[in-house]
Design a binder for this molecule. Structure first.
Ligand code: HMG
Ligand code: MG
Length: 305
């Protein structure tokens, strides 16, 4: 079998230290966060979402983001990204020497209110100066569209709403737009339809898939996205994560599962799967939970045998 239509290489954005840890109830010590980031970059992660400059009242777990950014060992060539919902977040990100900042909007009004306390239109207005400042500082800029495949409050989200928000983020100068299944409800045909619709408005190389794995569909959704030409995917080692403002949503698709899929398809990621498996087992052990990665647990068991 040959790879006729799939890319030969994909970009993986590891979001475990941010999307993963932001949802942990007990406070994860600074040194564990730092070691997590360092292990991930040492495993070959070239895009690492390492922190989040949001209000510590809203997400206490991310309060140590400045310290994390200052303490990690920067691997040359790795792009360290952070969430910045407003100018306060951006200034902190700049001081912490982030390489890339992420503005995050939603395709659903109810989720926008719950997550960032404003309407979609207000959020875009708030992002204008952040985007301008990021460009002026020479930073990469990424934009996320939450609830692109379903909303915990509104249910169905129209494809038109996703295209509209993605387009507005692109107009702000985003280098990359993340199409996010915040609550992991998507199935492959729906995913393909949304990705296809957005790619009719924006260059497909600018789009990424950010899938939570709540209903076990994320790997299937990634495959469907690959087939329509998406070549950037977000994942979280050990499947950590969830959004504090998306009740019932579990973690992102596990990096181990995505790497196993890509290896099987002959698609390069530049990331060392055994090193990620070991990191996933280590962070899960630290958190006192079993890793939420089928491939990770299977490979770890095989390595122990
Ligand atoms: P607000 O309360 O409306 O903001 O929150 P405000 O401007 O009125 O400020 C209130 C207080 O927060 C003030 O402090 C500000 O200084 C402080 P006070 O005077 O009361 O002491 N503040 C900040 N502090 C630190 N850093 C900041 C910051 N901004 C204000 N950047 C705000 C609005 C957006 C700040 C708040 O709603 C917030 O932080 N929301 C973030 C929620 C969040 O982090 N959600 C999870 C990440 S998104 C996600 O997981 C989805 C994603 O993975 C994709 C997907 O799966 O869908 C990306
Ligand atoms: Mg997420």
């Amino acid at each position: 079998m040959t790879n006729m239509t799939l890319p030969s290489r994909v970009k993986i954005v590891e979001v475990g230290p941010r999307d993963g840890l932001q949802n942990e109830r007990s406070l994860v010590p600074l040194e564990v966060k730092v070691e997590f980031c360092n292990r991930l970059s040492a495993a070959g992660v070239q895009n690492l979402e390492s922190a989040s400059f949001v209000s510590p009242k809203w997400v206490p777990q991310m309060a140590s983001s400045g310290e994390v950014m200052r303490a990690i060992t920067r691997r040359p060539g790795t792009i360290y990204s952070v969430l910045t919902p407003n100018m306060k977040g951006f200034e902190d990100a700049l001081a912490a020497q982030a390489d890339e900042v992420v503005i995050f909007a939603a395709a659903s009004e109810a989720f926008s209110q719950k997550n960032i306390n404003c309407s979609i239109a207000e959020s875009i207005e708030r992002f204008v100066p952040v985007a301008r400042a990021a460009k002026a500082a020479g930073l990469r800029l990424r934009g996320a569209v939450s609830c692109a495949l379903g909303c915990p409050y509104e249910g169905e989200v129209s494809v038109g709403a996703v295209v509209e928000v993605a387009d507005r983020l692109a107009q702000l100068g985003c280098d990359e737009i993340d199409i996010a299944d915040t609550i992991g409800v998507a199935t492959p045909r729906k995913t393909a339809a949304v990705m296809d619709a957005v790619s009719r408005r924006l260059p497909i190389g600018q789009l990424s898939g950010h899938f939570h794995d709540t209903y076990g569909q994320a790997v299937a959704n990634i495959y469907a996205s690959l087939e329509v030409g998406i070549s950037i995917f977000h994942s979280s080692t050990a499947g950590l994560g969830g959004c504090p403002y998306a009740k019932g949503a579990t973690g992102n698709v596990a990096t181990e599962d995505v790497l196993f899929l890509m290896e099987g398809l002959g698609i390069e990621t530049g990331i060392d799967l055994p090193a990620i498996v070991a990191t996933g087992q280590w962070i899960s052990g630290w958190l006192g939970a079993r890793a939420a990665s089928r491939a990770g647990n299977a490979l770890a068991a095989r390595a122990r045998a």
